[in-house]
Design a binder for this molecule. Structure first.
Ligand SMILES: NC(=O)c1ccc[n+]([C@@H]2O[C@H](COP(=O)([O-])OP(=O)(O)OC[C@H]3O[C@@H](n4cnc5c(N)ncnc54)[C@H](O)[C@@H]3O)[C@@H](O)[C@H]2O)c1
Length: 373
């Protein structure tokens, strides 16, 4: 069977590297990654190829073995020339790109309010540049990394996709705008374009091999990588701050929907397959073939539960202090994942212990991340 080529901008990062792996493991696709390594390292791609090769059955063909190598282009997705060159090169080789999974973005909610121009430039202008080049090369299948932040402060928990989009932060607005732009493109070209937006809740954990995982540049912005780095001593925060313990949640701290990274990454394979099935788009409210799905577990976990889960696996007693509520924090952000389950065949199967133990496996084997520094 001929393999189809998938271009993954941002594929070297935390979520991207696990997506690349899941896509390769289907043995139906080959992968090209374009990344400027703003928040990642090329080493992640070498390791993904190694895992993919290790997981092949003993009688795998040479073609399958070769297909485990990720083609990596160092480049910025805001640069139309770079993107155009990639699409043109593969077309010329008779290996045209079949679809795109757009993962690249700037992603820190707090930072987005401090440097909004950068966030709009990368997340929104970068998307437009990509869409233009895709249109020129008649590549009209897209899976897009969206985020639960598009819901802002939702009225209904668990959150269904029908919730009005009302992002509260600059980052969230870049995701909300991007979804609207993609939907408009799908509406304008209903015969050719098909796109799926995946609204991630809180990805956590790492591939069970411990070869790939989250290795942010600088201080981690998210709770779990921070806890993991504290336990190995890479990052010693004298006062881990828990913002608010008087929320209407079981232990008073904020509740989030943590989903194992391998479950989340697997959802992209479901989405790629759906892009080839027009029946999946038959009930869209507008003529275009654009759909958005939540990728979550549908189970909320509190900040204190996460600290406890990481304490159990690492043995590290986290010093923390409770402070007042942080502006903009929502008590509970738990997904309703039933639409993705019903329509995409997506199902999150890992639990909290799997997330904590795989994260600890990665961090303890790579205390200083990919580069050892
Ligand atoms: N991590 C989360 O909690 C979370 C939650 C919801 C949505 N998301 C979304 O998922 C996606 C991936 O997030 P992640 O956690 O893996 O982040 P990450 O920073 O690890 O990955 C993003 C990747 O994009 C690359 N990149 C950034 N700007 C680029 C540019 N201009 N050109 C080319 N490459 C560029 C980075 O170097 C990095 O490899 C993002 O779109 C993010 O908004 C993440």
């Amino acid at each position: 069977m001929t393999k189809q080529r998938v271009l993954i901008p941002g594929g070297a990062g935390y979520i991207g590297s696990h997506i690349v792996l899941c896509v390769l493991l289907t043995r139906k696709y080959t992968v090209t990654v374009v990344d400027n390594f703003h928040n990642s390292f090329p080493e992640s791609m070498t390791r993904v190829s190694q895992i993919a090769r290790d997981e092949l059955p003993a009688d795998a063909s040479q073609e399958d073995k070769d297909a485990c190598t990720v083609d990596v282009v160092k480049g910025d997705m805001r640069d139309a020339k770079v993107l155009d060159g990639i699409f043109a090169d593969y077309k010329q080789k008779g290996d045209a790109i079949w679809s795109v999974i757009l993962v690249a973005a700037l992603k820190a909610v707090g930072e987005s309010g401090e440097i909004p121009i950068d966030y709009y430039e990368v997340n929104v202008s970068g998307l437009i540049t990509l869409l233009r080049v895709m249109q020129t090369h008649e590549v009209t299948r897209l899976v897009y990394s969206s985020s639960a932040t598009v819901y802002g402060i939702p009225k209904t928990i668990p959150i269904p996709e029908s919730t009005p989009l009302a992002a509260e932060s600059v980052y969230g607005r870049t995701k909300q705008m991007s979804e609207l732009i993609i939907k408009d493109v799908c509406d304008a070209y209903p015969k050719t374009w098909r796109a799926i937006g995946l609204r991630y809740f809180n990805p956590a954990g790492a591939h069970p091999s411990g070869l790939i995982g989250e290795d942010p540049v600088g201080k981690p912005g998210n709770l779990l990588p921070l806890l993991a780095q504290m336990a190995v001593g890479k990052y010693r925060d004298p006062g881990l701050r828990v913002f608010g313990d008087d929320y209407p949640t079981p232990d008073g701290t904020c509740v989030r929907d943590y989903i194992h990274i391998m479950d989340l990454a697997g959802g992209h394979v479901n989405a790629l397959e759906a892009l080839d099935d027009d029946a999946k788009f038959k009930d869209t409210p507008t003529p275009g073939k654009y759909k958005a799905y939540n990728l979550g577990k549908g189970k909320g976990m509190s900040v204190l539960q996460m600290i406890d889960a990481m304490r159990k696996v690492s043995g590290y007693e986290y010093p923390y202090k409770v402070e007042g509520r942080r502006l903009g924090d929502v008590p509970d952000l738990t997904a309703d994942p039933t639409l993705a389950e019903k329509e995409l065949g997506f199902k999150a199967k890992y639990n909290l212990d799997d997330m904590a133990s795989s994260l600890w496996n990665w961090q303890s084997k790579n205390p200083k991340g990919y580069t050892g520094q």
